[in-house]
Design a protein. Structure first.
Length: 285
């Protein structure tokens, strides 16, 4: 469903962010991208929805060629490719429901979303999305008043409200404590399985990649250096990807296992004020 053919990204300063990437990601796969800082994980993920324009090769999502220069094609593509970020990117001063309704703007006419006119069907979809991530009871709370895990769930619900075929997640749990990180990834995993949505997720910690992904792609210096089913991503394989020995920090984020049954429970502690409300800026090669 997502195909990279000899894809390069060269940033304006001449730095090669992606170097001859060839990948096929099937519909409904849950893929974790791992690699050390600077390996090119974000660049790879952002190339898929044109946030980072690729400079050579061909990248397709379904039947659509990603064309970073064609704004209207890009808008159409992004209506099917949702993205979540490390800092949630909710609008903190408005309600959870209104944050989720923003996801509907991908599928409603621009003039309607500009004046905030969402119909009954939009609201129905927004509530269903909140239900999927277990926070429907927070619909009328201010987004900024929620815990970090709940805020990331709002972001997931917003993406679900746009009825995506693909979800891209750029370090979605890096700001969360380990048990909450597991619950949020568990939500994503369940959604991917229930709805058959393709998920591509950047992660720093191997235990999370191994526990939640079907497939692991290892990157180094803008190249894919490992690509295989999760069970093949042994410590030795990952050491090869990292070109060094693994540390405890690489592997583990948590020593209290959270079962899949616990995932719908909502026990996030604390609040995370001031989550980034601004849109993630495009990176412009
Ligand atoms: N706009 C840019 N201009 C020039 N170089 C960039 C730009 N954005 C990223 N890079 C470089 O491209 C390389 C890959 O960056 P990228 O953010 O994709 O890595 P990453 O694996 O996601 O790292 P991290 O885990 O630290 O987020 C890095 O060396 C980075 O410095």
């Amino acid at each position: 469903m997502i195909t990279f053919e000899n894809v390069d990204v060269v940033y304006p300063n001449g730095f090669k962010g992606l170097d001859n990437i060839n990948l096929n990601i099937s519909k409904g796969e849950f893929v974790a991208i791992i690699g050390l800082s600077g390996a090119g994980k974000s660049t790879l993920i952002r190339a898929v929805n044109g946030l980072v324009p690729y400079t050579d090769g061909a990248l397709t999502v379904g039947e659509t060629l990603v064309d970073p220069r064609n704004k209207s094609k890009l808008r159409k593509l992004r209506s099917k490719v949702g993205m979540i970020f490390q800092q949630f990117n909710n609008v903190g001063r408005i309600s959870v429901l209104n944050n989720v309704l923003i996801g509907r703007s991908a599928v409603t006419p621009t003039w309607r979303s500009l004046i905030g006119w969402y119909g009954a069907e939009d609201k129905e979809v927004a509530f269903q999305s909140l239900e999927r991530v277990g926070i429907v009871d927070k619909a009328y709370n201010r987004a900024s008043a929620l815990s970090g895990g709940q805020q990331q769930r709002v972001a997931i619900a917003r993406v679900l409200a746009q009825d995506p075929e693909v979800i891209l997640a750029d370090e979605p749990v890096a700001s969360l404590d380990p048990p909450t990180a597991r619950k949020v990834l568990g939500d994503l995993r369940r959604i991917q399985q229930d709805l058959g949505i393709t998920c591509i997720v950047n992660m720093h910690h191997l235990d999370l990649a191994r526990d939640y992904a079907d497939r692991i792609i290892g990157m180094r210096a803008g190249k894919v250096v490992f690509d295989g089913p999760t069970e093949e991503a042994t410590d030795a394989v990952i050491e090869e990807v990292y070109q060094r020995s693994l540390t405890a920090e690489d592997i583990a984020t948590v020593n209290v296992p959270v079962s899949l049954e616990d995932l719908s429970e909502d026990s996030d502690e604390g609040t995370l004020e001031g989550a980034a409300a601004s849109a993630e800026p495009d990176r412009k090669p």
